[in-house]
Design a protein around this ligand. Structure first.
Ligand code: AMP
Length: 286
């Protein structure tokens, strides 16, 4: 199955065969799930996997189940040849690139739903999104059965949803979080940044700036969390965003916080033109 010097498995059987051979040699296996359109953020996950594992599998699958009916599934950027070249440069041992029919054969009828953590924020604004994520990630974890799987903090809620799901279903895979990789101006790398017009690209880093300003204001006046979140929302609108939310949540389970008395996460999602951007940062109590 080599494609320009990188092994590509198109079926679950081929994936399992390769992983079984490594496991037979006591090699640790890391899995990096992606939807392709790769950037340095994805490659940071690959690097994290290499630091802990002898073998790294990356998956390349644009998962239809995690896109809403009015979202960008068809338009989502796809360039398999470029992605394979990047994975090869990153030293990935095997790319798992199944078809939709391999992942969801006729009659497929199971949905994995993670309550609580998956309900608010992205879950509230993108109904069904985390069901699609939890379903595909549980399948990927069970298909590959790696020692560890790597997820970006860029999608912080997704990371917690996946961790909860793996724990609840006794899937014996460590779920590792990797810090967000950013452009020099602070914009978090995302496959969807290609949708931004040159003008929007100039504005986009304000999302990270507002997160930092709001976190600093909350740190300085922990009694006025709500006021500072309102100010942050106003700053986003002023910059040209249409925000979906800007919220301070418990870093461990995303429950609402009325006081900054334990580690928190400040999370936001906002539309810039037709592109929806998300970002988040940690906020620590003093
Ligand atoms: P995606 O291809 O967008 O589904 O992302 C695949 C993985 O890459 C997810 O675990 C994301 O959280 C992670 N990821 C995406 N962007 C970044 C980034 N800027 N920094 C770190 N990880 C990222």
């Amino acid at each position: 199955m080599p494609t320009r010097d990188i092994a590509v498995a198109r079926t679950v059987a081929a994936l399992r065969e390769a992983v079984a051979a490594w496991r037979g040699r006591q090699e640790r296996v890391g899995l990096v799930p992606t939807m392709g359109a790769l950037h340095r953020g994805h490659l940071a996950l690959v690097e994290a996997a290499h630091r802990q594992c002898q073998r790294v599998v990356a998956s390349l699958f644009v998962n239809p189940k995690q896109f809403g009916p009015r979202e960008d599934f068809t338009a989502y950027p796809r360039d398999e040849a470029a992605d394979l070249a990047k994975f090869r440069q990153g030293g990935v041992d095997l790319v798992f690139a199944p078809t939709v029919a391999e992942m969801y054969p006729g009659g497929f009828a199971t949905t994995v739903q993670v309550g609580g953590i998956g309900d608010a924020l992205e879950g509230a604004h993108r109904p069904g999104h985390f069901d699609g994520v939890a379903t595909v990630v549980s399948k990927l974890l069970l298909q590959c059965l790696p020692d560890a799987a790597y997820f970006g903090e860029k999608d912080y809620q997704q990371l917690l949803v996946v961790r909860r799901m793996a724990r609840d279903l006794d899937i014996p895979v460590r779920i590792e979080g990797v810090p967000t990789v950013r452009e020099p101006d602070g914009l978090a790398l995302s496959s969807r940044n290609v949708y931004l017009s040159p003008e929007e690209r100039q504005v986009a880093p304000s999302l990270y700036r507002v997160l930092n300003d709001t976190a600093a204001a909350i740190g300085a006046a922990p009694a006025s969390i709500a006021t500072n979140l309102d100010k942050g929302l106003a700053a986003l609108r002023q910059a040209g965003f249409v925000p979906d939310y800007l919220e301070l949540r418990d870093a461990a389970d995303l429950s609402p916080m009325s006081a900054l008395d334990h580690p928190a996460r400040l999370l936001t999602a906002a539309l810039l033109g037709r592109t929806r951007l998300i970002d988040n940062i940690p906020v620590m109590p003093r």
